[in-house]
Write a protein that binds this ligand. Structure first.
Ligand code: HEC
Ligand code: HEC
Ligand code: HEC
Length: 456
């Protein structure tokens, strides 16, 4: 048995040596081509697409016993993390999450994974490749994702909140009233504001994991904040609404939120208010009060629910004293660990759907008090695609200090627990208390300002 193993090992080492010579000799050449083509060549010759692809190109020895299952496990986990091949297919128009991921892999030398590098000599970016990739990340960010940070910090994975988003004041005022209007619910008791309490971070009563809707019923998921929801690429944990207007159409006709009713019922009820009908006719000439205009007004109001002026934003905009040394260290830890790969951009999230429990079975570990339900399926519940099982929209970390409890199921009451769980399930890391405290101190600098927030 031992001898067979030795022979197999010998063959593997021999094969690796041949591969290495081949790589050093022929493959590590960067074409004299536009930056984007150079990037694809670099990712290819470092075998990034070998694992990070919808159908990874596994080598023949992936079907051998012992090492085979390990190789397959790596490829599966890599795909859960990022399908680089699909995501860089349009290399000139890459999403911000992918840019942050490549930025992380380059800056911290994390990829390919150590076991792979050990066998595939010559993979891992060399100096020249690193500088080309870094340049591409920088120029792509600048071209596609405008940052209002000071010049030195314009290439950070986190961008400052905008001071303002253009909006129609009259429609927003009307939308604000609709947001607070109980008549959107069947029995007149529930408004948007019941579950997204503006002075409390735009979320529901923190005493409960999920929100209380009509007739004292509790839904299956934790309400995300309405603050800065404008910046989400899609709305809801599973992305089933394309935008804020489409989102606002949902709760009123949800049986556990605002009641089992149709928009025809709601519009008929609202139309009894002649003054309101007139207002809608003035602002939406020729259309008047309809489902589309009520939800449009609410969406317009939600554009005002942004929270600029967080200390971290002041820092990004050039005020080095806006955050303490410890808080800055927390941000560095956040980046180093890879948190900023998913929690990136203006709202540190809201841009992609990521698998929860890459490194552990989140649901098996979860308290048995919480029953597994349809909402736990995540993106799959909307796309019906098996590959989307347990993928959730990455929640924003803005105002995170105000939005407990955490996760889609509201099962973590504190930021510390949420951070530890993230490190465990998303990164396979056990954080020290010091790291947790440090990251949380950074997260506290993300609390911004809005007139409704301070209206306490
Ligand atoms: C042998 C398979 C394999 C190869 C080859 C590989 N990866 Fe990975 N990659 C993984 C696995 C597995 C993970 C999940 C994290 C872990 O287990 O360390 C991952 C995670 C990542 C992540 C997210 C974590 C982080 O460090 O930012 C990025 C980005 C990434 N890979 C980019 C790359 C790039 C770029 C290359 C090419 C240089 C590459 N990978 C090559 C297996 C691979
Ligand atoms: C009964 C409580 C309840 C009411 C009433 C309610 N919501 Fe929500 N809201 C939630 C929950 C729970 C979610 C998450 C649901 C999901 O993702 O499946 C949510 C999600 C959202 C989101 C998506 C945020 C994100 O990050 O994806 C927005 C925006 C929002 N609600 C705005 C509104 C508006 C506007 C109204 C009034 C028309 C409203 N909500 C009424 C509980 C409520
Ligand atoms: C692979 C992508 C990914 C990485 C890496 C990641 N997160 Fe998350 N994060 C998510 C997703 C997805 C959720 C939603 C989980 C859920 O609701 O079940 C989340 C949720 C959170 C929450 C709870 C937010 C809320 O409002 O409920 C916090 C806090 C958080 N992450 C912090 C971190 C920190 C700190 C790190 C680094 C240690 C990190 N995340 C790394 C994807 C990621």
């Amino acid at each position: 048995m031992k001898r067979i193993l030795l022979v197999v090992l010998g063959i593997l080492v021999g094969a690796a040596a041949i591969v290495a010579i081949y790589r050093f000799g022929f493959r590590k050449s960067i074409p004299d081509a536009p930056l984007s083509e150079q990037v694809v060549a670099i990712l290819k010759q470092n075998d990034c697409y070998v694992c990070h692809a919808r159908t990874p190109e596994l080598p023949f020895y992936a079907s051998l016993p012992v090492i085979g299952p390990t190789i397959k496990a790596h490829a599966t986990r890599a795909f859960l993390f990022t399908d680089l091949e699909t995501k860089t297919a349009d290399i000139n128009n890459v999403d911000e999450v992918t840019l942050s991921m490549i930025d992380h892999a380059v800056s911290y030398g994390t990829m390919p994974i150590a076991q792979y590098k050990m066998i595939h000599w010559g993979t891992g970016f060399n100096k020249k490749e690193k500088s080309i990739l870094a340049e591409w990340v920088r120029t792509s960010r600048a071209a596609l994702y405008e940052s209002h940070a000071c010049k030195e910090l314009a290439n950070e994975p986190v961008r400052p909140m905008l001071w303002e988003i253009p909006y129609d004041k009259d429609k927003a005022n009307l939308g604000e009233r609709m947001y607070n209007d109980g008549r959107l619910s069947l029995d007149g008791t529930i408004s948007c504001a019941s579950c997204h309490i503006l002075k409390d971070g735009g979320v529901s009563d923190p005493q409960h994991r999920t929100s209380e809707g009509i007739y004292g019923q509790f839904g299956g998921v934790n309400a995300p904040t309405v603050y800065n929801s404008y910046f989400n690429v899609q709305q809801f944990w599973n992305g089933r609404a394309a935008d804020l207007q489409q989102q606002a159409a949902g709760p009123p006709v949800n049986p556990v939120e605002m009641g089992d009713q149709t928009w025809d019922d709601i519009v008929a009820r609202l139309r009894r208010d002649k003054a309101l009908v007139k207002e809608f006719e003035t602002l939406y000439p020729g259309v008047g009060l309809t489902e589309a205009t009520v939800t449009d007004a609410i969406a317009e109001f939600e554009k005002t629910l942004i929270t600029p002026g967080a200390r971290f934003d002041l820092y990004l905009r050039g005020n080095a004293d806006a955050i303490s040394k410890d808080e800055l260290e927390g941000y560095e830890t956040f980046k180093r660990l890879g948190c900023a790969t998913c929690h990136t951009g203006i709202i540190l999230g809201g841009q992609s759907f990521e698998k929860v429990s890459i490194y552990g079975d989140y649901y098996a570990d979860r308290s048995s008090d919480i029953e597994y339900n349809a909402d736990d399926e995540g993106l799959k519940g909307f796309t019906l695609n098996e590959a989307d099982l347990h993928r959730f929209k990455v929640p924003t970390l803005r105002n995170i200090a105000l939005t407990a409890p955490y996760f889609h199921d509201g099962s973590y009451p504190t930021m510390e627990e949420a951070v530890k769980a993230m490190a465990k399930y998303q990164l396979g890391k056990n954080l020290s208390d010091k790291e947790v405290i440090s990251i949380v101190s950074f997260m506290r600098t993300l609390t911004g300002e809005n007139p409704y927030l301070t209206a306490k």
